[in-house]
Design a binder for this molecule. Structure first.
Ligand code: SIN
Length: 556
């Protein structure tokens, strides 16, 4: 058994022996994308949103910086588009970028109508923050640095008021159900829901007309990450096992400034802190970003993260510092949650330097979709960090991701309502699994070994021979870990992480150039011939290359 050629199902099951539920739209994930899809889909059909932990455990709730959108009279859609394309390093699908940014203002108005509070100045206008890669301040925020918390509160309240929407927490989606498509001209399979597990109710089948992957990214495959524990690459693994095309998997964004203190989680220190004037310095007190990029500390994230690790490699040391001292008393009022968190470690940003290092933050790749979130499998959609529609190119612009969940969440909901999809017919399904009675496994050891390996070899700087070694290592781990059948989420999470890690590594090996967040020390230059997306599907060893701009061809 290999992570790249996995078995179809994580567990054996017989659908007619399990409790069954029915809905029109099943959404896997309860972050901004999942809730926004759920709210939209519930206008026209029965909808279920699943969260594998508590509903609020997602990257969305942790988001600090805010939501990038054009709301100021002197800002422009074209300028936000230009900033996004520049950050994306020649790999953005411009149509997706345009959809996002043109759709932004209406989604912001809707959020405010639903009760979201954004920070405002004395004139009543939203206060706008500045972040890396933006040519002007345009980031809306709430309670200073708790935008995600307020966004989640707003969306959850709205979701709870939707009569046709049910929210299931602690419900793990194990696999997407796919059924053969019959009828003239039809071929292949279509999605029909998911097999799920709940600690109280056990295994269940949820049949659905439309199934939406909105379960976020794969940050947990890296030892250093800003992501919560639920970010185990489930969308990548579920999509791959179901046979969907996946794209852009080599592009993993590393946030430049995660708190770097022994024993502390890698709390994010928002880019907005640099937007307010904080500077990156090394242990000698010297700045290093001005020599590396004209935008210096506020360059796009890929430049800053690379700048930090290259500077550390050249000068020694394990981390750099964020110097926010000149923001003085403003730090506490502008970033109250960060101030409280830092105080817990005895750091007062008005007087002390903040130790920081990059950490895995955002998974750009995912299930390849069109502009309405349709994947290559009929009835299966993807949205937010789980999806790859070319919007972010090779490097996501700061604070575009919450907007992505909102704008594309609304579009996916409209597509699930409008597309001609067959009603779920409860056919008898068996998930056959040939399991080897394997050796005793220490799951936490596998998890931490794979996270360290990914961090050391498939992180900010990559090199071909190391990537090949990591692939062989995944192959070996998979032989005994993917053959096993687990009856608990900790096992399924590790199996999904093995697949996501192997897929990211294989994609990184195939992209023999440096572009955006993907840096190869053995191929340090941009290769114009690689201005394309690499698409992968189970059963194929080489990627399909899709030139930028040729989005729709693949999904047809
Ligand atoms: C941040 O606040 O720096 C994170 C925002 C983002 O990931 O876009």
């Amino acid at each position: 058994m290999s992570a790249l050629e996995p078995r179809r199902w994580l567990i054996p099951f017989r659908s007619n022996l399990l409790p069954q539920m029915f809905c029109d739209t099943l959404v896997i994930g309860s972050g901004v994308a999942g809730l926004r899809v759920g709210i939209g889909a519930a206008e026209s059909g029965d909808t279920i949103v699943l969260a594998k932990d508590d509903l609020e455990v997602s990257c969305t709730s942790l988001a600090q910086g805010g939501i990038a959108a054009v709301t100021a009279a002197d800002d422009s859609i074209e300028q936000h588009i230009a900033d996004t394309l520049t950050a994306g390093f020649g790999l953005c699908e411009e149509a997706a970028v345009r959809q996002l940014i043109e759709g932004g203002p209406a989604e912001i108005d809707r959020l405010i109508k639903w009760g979201m509070r954004v920070d405002r100045g004395e004139d009543g206008c939203p206060q706008l923050g500045l972040e890396g890669g933006h040519s002007r301040p345009r980031i809306l925020h709430s309670d200073g640095d708790a935008t995600g918390r307020e966004l989640f509160r707003t969306l959850l309240k709205k979701a709870q008021s939707c009569k046709r929407l049910r929210l299931f927490d602690r419900c793990h989606a194990l696999d997407i159900l796919t059924v053969p498509v019959s009828g003239r001209g039809a071929s292949g399979t279509r999605a029909a829901g998911a097999i799920t597990w709940h600690p109280r109710y056990g295994l269940q089948i949820i049949w659905a007309r439309a199934t939406v992957l909105a379960s976020g990214g794969a940050g947990q495959v890296y030892r250093e990450t800003s992501n919560p524990t639920v970010a185990t690459g489930d969308a990548i693994a579920l999509g791959y096992r179901a046979g969907a095309w996946l794209a852009d998997l080599e592009f993993v964004q590393f946030h430049p400034t995660a708190l770097y203190i022994a024993g502390a989680p890698r709390h994010l220190i928002s880019e907005a802190v640099r937007g307010e004037g904080a500077l990156l310095i090394d242990s000698h007190g010297d700045r290093f970003m001005p020599a590396r990029h004209p935008m210096a500390d506020l360059a796009p994230r890929d430049f800053v993260s690379r700048g930090i690790v290259e500077h550390l490699a050249a000068t020694g040391g394990s981390h750099v510092f964020l110097d926010a001292r000149k923001t003085g008393g403003r730090f506490a009022s502008r970033f109250p949650s960060l101030g409280r968190m830092l105080a817990g470690y005895g750091i007062d940003p008005a007087h002390d330097l903040i130790p920081v290092h990059p950490a895995a933050h955002f998974t750009i790749g995912g299930a390849w979709t069109d502009l309405d979130g349709r994947t290559s499998i009929a009835g299966l959609y993807a949205c937010g960090e789980a999806a790859a529609n070319g919007l972010h190119g090779a490097n996501r612009l700061a604070s575009n991701s919450l907007l992505e969940g909102l704008v594309f969440g609304a579009r996916v909901a409209a597509a699930t309502a409008g597309d001609e999809l067959a009603d779920p017919v409860p056919i008898h399904m068996e998930g056959a699994v040939r399991a080897r009675q394997g050796a005793e496994l220490d799951l936490s050891d596998i998890r931490s070994s794979l996270r360290s390996t990914m961090w050391r070899n498939v992180g900010i700087l990559r090199e071909g021979s190391r990537l090949s070694e990591v692939l062989s290592m995944f192959d070996f781990w998979s032989r005994y870990s993917l053959d096993a059948v687990f009856d608990h989420p900790s096992g399924w999470d590790v199996q999904n992480m093995l697949m996501a890690g192997a897929l990211i590594t294989r994609a990184a090996l195939h992209r023999t150039e440096s572009r955006g967040v993907h840096s190869r020390t053995d191929y340090p230059l941009l290769d114009p011939c690689l201005a394309c997306h690499l698409l992968w599907r189970v059963g194929e060893d080489t990627p399909r290359r899709v030139p930028v701009g040729a989005l729709s061809g693949v999904l047809a």
